[in-house]
Design a protein around this ligand. Structure first.
Ligand SMILES: [Zn+2]
Length: 216
């Protein structure tokens, strides 16, 4: 899943108005921020296999450290504990931990059975990606709901808060549509560089946008 993860980050702002949208995005996307680093380092692997699903040509051969349920639970405990030690409330820290683990659940719905429970364990996946229309309906519905929850839980302090938010939403949608409409990527390196740079840009952009908005 792609924009579906950001939907949960947007929605979580309503439950934890003091946390920056950047932290909420980083939590729900932590798996996909670590993944390109682990692929580049050779701990995990991906293959370009056009046709493997209708929606994405990526064959996630192995990604136990960034995407297994057990690893994401541990990463959730690490990030949630760090937030708690840095002064976040217990509720907000638990929310962060939950968002990290939520990545597994959403990917489990969309991926073919390639999502590990634990490194070396059984692979799971409901395969929503086998249908482009079903993927778009589910994910855009989630995304629309998340954007609506965030926009109703916050108010722009200035023009940056208004237009940077609109631009961020459009950027996420354009990247989402381009990722499946542009055909298979040229190389695995192009995949991990795009994932890493894109992930960091979106987190930075969300931090900037959120600073120019306030909870209502
Ligand atoms: Zn993922």
């Amino acid at each position: 899943m792609f924009v579906g993860h950001f939907a949960l980050g947007f929605a979580a702002k309503r439950a934890a108005p003091k946390l920056s949208l950047a932290l909420l995005f980083a939590a729900c996307q932590l798996a996909d921020i670590m993944w390109p680093v682990f692929v580049a380092a050779g701990f995990e692997s991906v293959r370009i296999a056009p046709g493997i699903t209708a929606f994405t040509p990526l064959d996630f051969v192995s990604y136990p450290y960034s995407h297994s349920l057990v690893a994401l639970s541990l990463w959730g405990i690490v990030l949630g504990s760090a937030c708690w030690l840095l002064g976040a409330s217990r509720r907000a820290s638990l929310l962060i931990a939950g968002l990290v683990v939520s990545h597994w659940t959403l990917d489990f719905v969309s991926h073919r059975p390639d999502m590990p429970i634990y490194p070396g364990g059984a692979l799971w996946g409901l395969g929503l990606w086998n249908s482009v229309p079903a993927t778009l309906i589910v994910e855009l519905f989630l995304f629309g709901s998340g954007v609506w929850l965030y926009s109703s839980a916050t108010r722009a302090k200035d023009a940056v808060g208004r237009w940077s938010f609109v631009a961020l939403v459009l950027f996420l949608l354009i990247v989402y549509v381009a990722s499946f409409a542009s055909g298979p990527p040229p190389s695995v390196a192009a995949v991990y560089w795009a994932a890493l740079v894109g992930g960091l840009v979106i987190v930075g952009w969300s931090w900037w946008t959120d600073r120019h908005r306030q909870a209502v």
